[in-house]
Each structure stands twice: as structure tokens, then as C-alpha cells.
Design a protein around this ligand. Structure first.
Ligand code: 0PR
Length: 371
């Protein structure tokens, strides 16, 4: 039977040929921690009291990294759940304070599709604000879409397609002026931006930011699933509370009931072992390799859509779909974006300089075939 499983796994593409993913090979420390916590269920924290304590510790560490050691939250299934819960909490809180007839949120046009799911599940209208020429959300456009039924504004720190960072400072001021919550989707960027040399204020240091999505199963090298939702204070989390009469705990604020402690353990292990310096080293290396990729692609005549801000790079080409298909046929995975038409690369820790060199040499052949 194990042979059957091994052979089925052979059908999956190895990460060494994947340049499209925001996930990566878990850090060896994460794997060990995962194994230690394999049977834990945070859905019943009285049984797994140690694991629950570890979760609080991890939330404290992530909070500290994001300029609020008192942040409250939990480790969830990923950025999608984190975004749903952030908007759910904002809606519940705003409904308490104001009479909201038909709630809406204002998100950048570049927002991840999880906000579409969020809108559908919560019955919240999703309004999409325009981007500027650098693909950052235009604060003026956001402002024009906000009205008395707006329950939250969303900014993105590390957009899925381009790795761009919205002007969160401006959004923070706007949110404070209107008295509405500002959720920052830093699912990807939350474990990149704090380690970059260039400073981009995006987190709780900005007064208007009320919640942040930050996923350890992306740049945190934790095992899947490990997403994160952090709130500025307990008030938000409390709006999510549901009574749980027959469990060891009296209530739950999570979306799922049964949930793994493996993500908590693996994320904690990586952050604890590497520390700030170790994480910075990983991010620096991803940025270094991303710069090599940009150089090689530019030498081949491609133009980046924006000067990469983090370890995501997109290059304009009308042949994007064709290139992606031909590469996939050769078991290389890249992705494409539609506006503008471009091919997209995410330089995760598994995308080493050697992977880039291998890719570029095969990409050259592909370009020859396409002409
Ligand atoms: N917010 C942002 C900014 C994201 O980039 C993503 C996912 C999410 C939220 C949702 O996170 P979860 O997928 O954890 O719920 N971004 C990538 C995407 O959808 C995720 C991904 C990961 C894609 C691995 C491909 C892949 O192989 O494009």
C-alpha cells in the first residue's frame, strides 16, 4: 500500500520546478514539530491545554513582529479563513455600533479571490477600488466607495499577483476618519515585509489597522495548514464567540470546530529556531534570487510589470498563456496574470539560484519553439 502512495506522489510536480506557488517545502524543524503534534485538536483546548498555550505564545510572537504584542487571534486554515473571520468580526462590531442595512466592504481591485468568497458567505457587498499606475490601491477611489453601510476597508501588504504593497498609511488615516475597521491582508507579505531593509509601514503600528491576515504556511515555512488572523484587541475576537456547551471550553471564536495544532507547532518551531535574524536571512536570499531572475528575464527581452517590491516578479508578454502551457508540458509551473497580460513568478525559499538557472536555460528553448 505504501508503494501505491509513493507512486501516486510521483505524479505530483516537485517544488524544484514550481515557480508559481506561495507555499514551499516546510522547514525541517517544522516537520519535526508537526510530527510531535500530529494528533492534537485545538477544537477542544481543555484536552490539548499545552497546545493551546503554545498557540497563545505564537500569537504573541506574531503580534510582536507586527508591532502589537497584545494582539489577539488564532491560527487557522489559511488566508481565506483569516479574511472571512476578519470581515465577519468587523461586520458584527459595526452592526453593534451603527444601524447597517446592507453591509459592504471596499477592497482593492487587486484583492485575492478569497474576498469574493467572504462577500458571498457573509452577505456583504464587495466594492473594488481602482489601482494607481504602480498597481497600488488609489486611496481616493477607496474614499469615493465608502458610505454609511461600509463595515470595513481592506488593504493588501503583498498582493497575490504582483507582490505590491498598498499605501496602508493612507488607508489607516481614512479608516480613522470614517471610524471603520481597516483589515490588512498580509497573508504573504506579513512574514516578508518585517524582514526587508526598506521600511513599509503596514501593520499595527498604524493606528487605523484593526486586523491582519498573516500566514505561516506561506513565507513562514510551516506545514499546511497554518494561516493566521490577528486582531488589534479582544473586542473583535469576542464578536465571533459561539457557546460550546459540551466541550472543555465554554466558547469558540474559530470558524472551524476541529482544527489541527500542527500548524501552531510548526510555525512556532520555525520562528523560535530561526529568530528574526534567521528569517531575515531567508527573505534576503529570496530577494537576491528574485533579482537574478529579473536580470535574466530582462536579458531575454522581458520587461517587469513593476520593479519587484518583494519576491514576486511579473513580466509582460502577449504570449503568457502559451508560455505557461508549454512550460507545464515540460513540468515547469509558472502562472499568469491578465491585467496586464504577463507571466508571474514567486521566488519562495525552494526557488534557489540553481532552480532559476535551470529554468532560464529551458525557458530559452521554449522561447525558440514558440516563435
Ligand atoms: N490573501 C492573499 C494576499 C493571498 O495571496 C492568498 C493566497 C490568500 C489570501 C488566501 O490564502 P489561502 O490560500 O491560504 O487560503 N495566495 C495564493 C493564491 O491563491 C496561494 C497559493 C498557494 C497559490 C500555493 C498556489 C499555490 O501553489 O494564488
Amino acid at each position: 500500500m505504501l508503494d501505491e502512495l509513493r507512486s501516486i506522489r510521483q505524479e505530483d510536480i516537485s517544488y524544484s520546478r514550481v515557480l508559481s506557488s506561495m507555499c514551499t517545502i516546510p522547514h525541517p524543524t517544522a516537520v519535526k514539530a508537526h510530527e510531535l503534534f500530529i494528533e492534537t485538536n485545538l477544537g477542544d483546548p481543555g484536552i490539548f491545554a499545552g497546545t493551546w498555550k503554545l498557540e497563545q505564545k505564537l500569537i504573541g510572537m506574531l503580534g510582536e513582529l507586527l508591532h502589537n504584542p497584545n494582539a489577539k487571534g488564532y491560527i487557522c486554515s489559511g488566508g481565506t479563513e483569516a479574511n472571512i473571520q476578519a470581515i465577519r468580526a468587523a461586520r458584527n462590531l459595526m452592526r453593534r455600533e451603527r444601524k447597517i442595512d446592507r453591509p459592504n466592504i471596499v477592497v482593492p481591485e487587486s484583492a485575492h479571490f478569497s474576498f469574493e468568497k467572504t462577500g458571498d458567505i457573509l452577505g456583504v457587498e464587495v466594492r473594488r477600488a481602482e489601482l494607481d499606475e504602480e498597481y497600488r490601491v488609489d486611496a481616493g477611489s477607496v474614499e469615493s466607495l465608502v458610505d454609511e453601510n461600509t463595515i470595513a476597508v481592506v488593504g493588501i501588504a503583498g498582493t497575490t499577483e504582483l507582490g505590491q504593497i498598498d499605501p496602508i498609511e493612507e488607508l489607516s488615516r481614512l479608516a480613522l476618519d470614517f471610524g471603520i475597521p481597516l483589515h490588512v491582508d498580509a497573508a504573504f507579505g506579513g512574514l516578508v515585509i518585517p524582514f526587508m531593509d526598506k521600511l513599509y509601514p503596514f501593520d499595527f503600528e498604524l493606528e487605523g489597522v484593526t486586523s491582519i491576515t498573516v500566514d505561516p504556511h506561506k513565507m513562514g515555512m510551516a506545514t499546511i495548514p497554518a494561516g493566521g488572523i490577528l486582531f488589534r484587541d479582544e473586542e473583535f475576537l469576542n464578536t465571533l464567540i459561539v457557546e460550546t456547551p459540551y466541550l472543555t471550553s465554554r466558547h469558540q471564536y474559530t470558524l472551524t470546530g476541529t482544527r489541527p495544532g500542527t500548524g501552531v507547532a510548526s510555525a512556532y518551531a520555525v520562528l523560535k529556531q530561526l529568530g528574526f535574524e534567521g528569517m531575515k536571512h531567508i527573505v534576503d536570499e529570496c530577494l537576491r534570487v528574485a533579482a537574478i531572475l529579473v536580470e535574466d528575464m530582462t536579458a531575454l527581452g522581458f520587461e517587469p510589470v513593476i520593479e519587484p517590491v518583494m519576491n514576486v516578479a511579473c513580466f509582460k508578454t502577449e504570449k503568457a498563456e502559451k508560455i505557461k502551457e508549454e512550460l507545464y508540458r515540460r513540468r515547469w509551473v509558472i502562472s499568469t496574470i491578465r491585467n496586464p497580460r504577463a507571466i508571474r513568478f514567486v521566488v519562495m525559499p525552494h526557488v534557489t539560484e540553481e532552480v532559476v538557472k535551470n529554468f532560464i536555460s529551458e525557458f530559452n528553448e521554449v522561447l525558440g519553439c514558440l516563435d
